[in-house]
Write a new protein. Structure first.
Length: 433
């Protein structure tokens, strides 16, 4: 007789959930031993003892021993341990009140929303930190750095004046936002120094080298109008007038009074106006219109013994000229100058020899008196030729460094401006026109 399970109507399954094949019993009513045949192997046989009779009271004495009485899964047990919770406080929604993973997550959510929950025992709470809800991280703010003095000795903090703060802000803005390009030329101002000396000896007004430099820069900018401009966001603003700002050192800081329309003024007018503005700047009596604006600047540190330096552009200007001190150097003569000097020295030497021959016409046996009055040593024609003499001259050089805004004045335009500036400084007669 064929039956389907220990109890009538029940279909037994294996560990994988597959139904087992039919089995044969020795009795028609009660099965003492049951043999089940696996569906995937006909030779495999599983023997199962008959089930015990049903009992009136259910008990789970033979259930596996869990760490918690409700039998938690590994995932739920990990969450409870990681969150330092008590499983007895969590209401389970699974079979027979079993605590599921969703119950733990819901319990954590209700705890973070303001409900009071019991955490782990006291000993565990003291040694383990409580779980904190994840919150969006606040934007990082750079910590405020306090600069400590390098020296541990006494020091004094001098408060910054409003003018010095403005100067510092403008210089910082210039170096951060204006692309600087530099062009340096050495100018031979020997003729300029001689012209200045002759003018100061004949006139009651004493001109300075700075007066010539301001006039030369103004004329050079007039010859290259593209450099007399300023950068704007939408366009390059070209100025019709050349207004030169001159740096003047004062106790409160560096001021730049303006010589307006410098290209239309002579050396004497520039000298008088500059002296008046410099005195007002040192006394703090400059008006805003006297130092605000300008199209180019001049900074001269030659009186402090500085050979050359690079100045910072004063926005919205695009050009600033930095001038060093005049220095005496020896430079070789050009080929034309060298030839002229050689001919001049030869003429002077021949004149001296003729004068000596007129005073002492007698000659020694080794000398021959030529018809032109010169004396030639015997065998001189076969001797070696004398080497060419390299001649040099002493000149006064001055370094002129142009700092230009590369957005307005590119390298080629800066080179043209430097050439025109050197032309006027090395030919000072043009500055008098």
């Amino acid at each position: 007789m064929y039956q389907y399970g220990v109890r009538r109507g029940a279909i037994p399954t294996n560990a994988f959930g597959c139904p087992l094949r039919r089995y044969r019993t020795t009795s028609a009513t009660t099965a003492t031993a049951t043999q089940f045949f696996l569906p995937f192997a006909s030779s495999s046989v599983i023997t199962i003892a008959p089930s015990p009779p049903p009992s009136s009271s259910r008990h789970f004495a033979s259930a596996p021993a869990y760490k918690y009485p409700l039998g938690l899964s590994p995932a739920v047990e990990f969450l409870i341990h990681a969150s330092h919770l008590d499983a007895a406080q969590i209401k389970g929604t699974g079979p027979r009140g079993r605590v599921l993973k969703g119950d733990v997550i819901e319990f954590l959510g209700s705890a973070t929303s303001g409900q009071t929950t019991k955490h782990a025992p006291k000993q565990e709470q003291q040694h383990a930190p409580q779980a904190q809800p994840l919150q969006p991280s606040a934007p990082r703010v750079a910590p405020k750095v306090t600069v400590k003095p390098h020296s541990t000795g006494e020091f004094e903090d001098v408060p910054n004046s409003s003018m010095r703060k403005v100067i510092a802000r403008r210089l910082t803005e210039s170096k951060q936002t204006v692309p600087h390009s530099y062009t340096v030329v050495d100018c031979d101002i020997t003729e300029l120094i001689n012209l200045r000396r002759s003018i100061n000896e004949s006139e009651r007004i004493k001109l300075s080298v700075n007066d010539f430099i301001i006039r030369a820069l103004a004329l050079a900018l007039q010859d290259t109008p593209a450099a007399n401009a300023g950068w704007q966001e939408d366009a390059v603003r070209s100025f019709k007038s050349v207004d030169v700002s001159v740096a003047v050192a004062t106790p409160k800081g560096l001021l730049t009074p303006i010589i307006k329309a410098a290209h239309t003024k002579g050396l004497l007018d520039i000298s008088l106006e500059l002296k008046a503005l410099a005195n007002k700047a040192r006394e703090g009596k400059l008006k805003p219109e006297e130092y605000q604006g300008g199209t180019a600047s001049v900074s001269n540190l030659g009186m402090f013994g500085i050979d050359s330096f690079s100045a910072v552009i004063n926005p919205p200007q695009s050009v600033i000229l930095a001038v060093g001190q005049a220095r005496q150097v020896l430079v070789p003569l050009t080929p034309e100058e060298n030839l002229f000097a050689t001919l001049r020295d030869r003429d002077e030497q021949q004149q001296q020899q003729q004068q000596q021959q007129l005073q002492q016409p007698t000659t020694s046996p080794e000398q021959v008196l030529l018809p032109d009055g010169t004396v030639e040593e015997e065998g001189g024609e076969g001797g070696e030729e004398q080497a060419e003499v390299l001649r040099a001259k002493e000149v006064t050089l001055m370094s002129a460094s142009l700092s230009c805004d590369a957005r307005v004045v590119d390298d080629a335009l800066a080179a043209q401006l430097s050439q025109r500036l050197r032309h006027y400084l090395e030919s000072p007669a043009n500055l008098l026109l």
